[in-house]
Design a protein around this ligand. Sequence first.
Ligand SMILES: *[C@@H]1O[C@H](CO)[C@@H](O)[C@H](O)[C@H]1NC(C)=O
Ligand SMILES: *[C@@H]1O[C@H](CO)[C@@H](O)[C@H](O)[C@H]1NC(C)=O
Length: 306
Amino acid sequence: MENTAITRVWFLALLACVSHALPDGCSWVNIRGQRLMAWNKERVPAKTLTICQSACENHKGFECRSVDFSRKERACVLSDGDRTDSYLRYYKKWQYSEIQCKDESRNRSACTLVGPVRGKAMYESKLKNTIRSGRTVEKCEAACREEQRFFCISFMFNEVAGMCTLQEIDTKTSRLVEFPTIDYYELNCEPGVDAATWKPPAPVGTPDDMLCSTRGPVVGYSIFPPLESVSHVANLTQCEKLFTEKSLLVRLKAFSYNPTSRECRFHTKNRQTETLVAAEDFNYYESSCEFSEDLVNQCVRFVSEN
Ligand SMILES: *[C@@H]1O[C@H](CO)[C@@H](O)[C@H](O)[C@H]1NC(C)=O
Ligand SMILES: *[C@@H]1O[C@H](CO)[C@@H](O)[C@H](O)[C@H]1NC(C)=O
């Protein structure tokens, strides 16, 4: 039939431009049953994964780096981001596909595990769902090497709880901070790196002991609504400790404490984005462990606003 013939010619033409669109040393990596969260730029119709990938390779307007494809819905979602920008979630009947090149420096699955750095943690992890329980260091290491949703390059391990937090930051970009119950490990690709003698690089700029992690109080203020509150904590130190522990699970930015009722509140926002509201007996504190040259300058004790 004429129609079929036309379709075939069109399809062959499409295949022809499929083959050479990727730069040398680059190929598609496919992950079944997953989709990239958010970061979805454009949806185009596609019957097959190959057509979908080709639409990405030849896309004009933005640099397409990954696709989500559903055969059932004949849908192809192009994205200018990949697992570095967002992360993957389970999605029945979809598959995620990303362009990876030979010199993919983000993939450390074959590199050397170094550590532990005892009693240190790293706080900038943006990803959720990376916490695993019932683990040993070996299981944690394997989970990091095999992680598909993002490029796992380091992990924090709590030996007592058997909990491990996988993350995509390391000592090159982020600072380690004191945390008694946590040990830090990373996958390191430097040629000739020796796991037994490796030490984390010395932090640049502000020395550790000048790094302020908690700033405050702003007396008589809090943020509403709090994400969560805990009543009858022992004291401010205890409230701060709970805050630090919870920060490993949820991205918290501030806390407030009421010394009279001994209520401790956790906040996901801070002064920068949220207005502080007057709250009798509450004092507001905020935390930053982000490395920044001017952190010391931000380390101002707030003046009581009463
Ligand atoms: C890293 O590379 C390995 C081997 O090529 C591959 O199996 C794995 O899926 C890659 N990891 C990620 C997160 O893409
Ligand atoms: C705060 O409470 C904790 C836990 O009960 C206790 O160990 C600590 O000594 C208290 N700190 C202060 C400054 O009172």
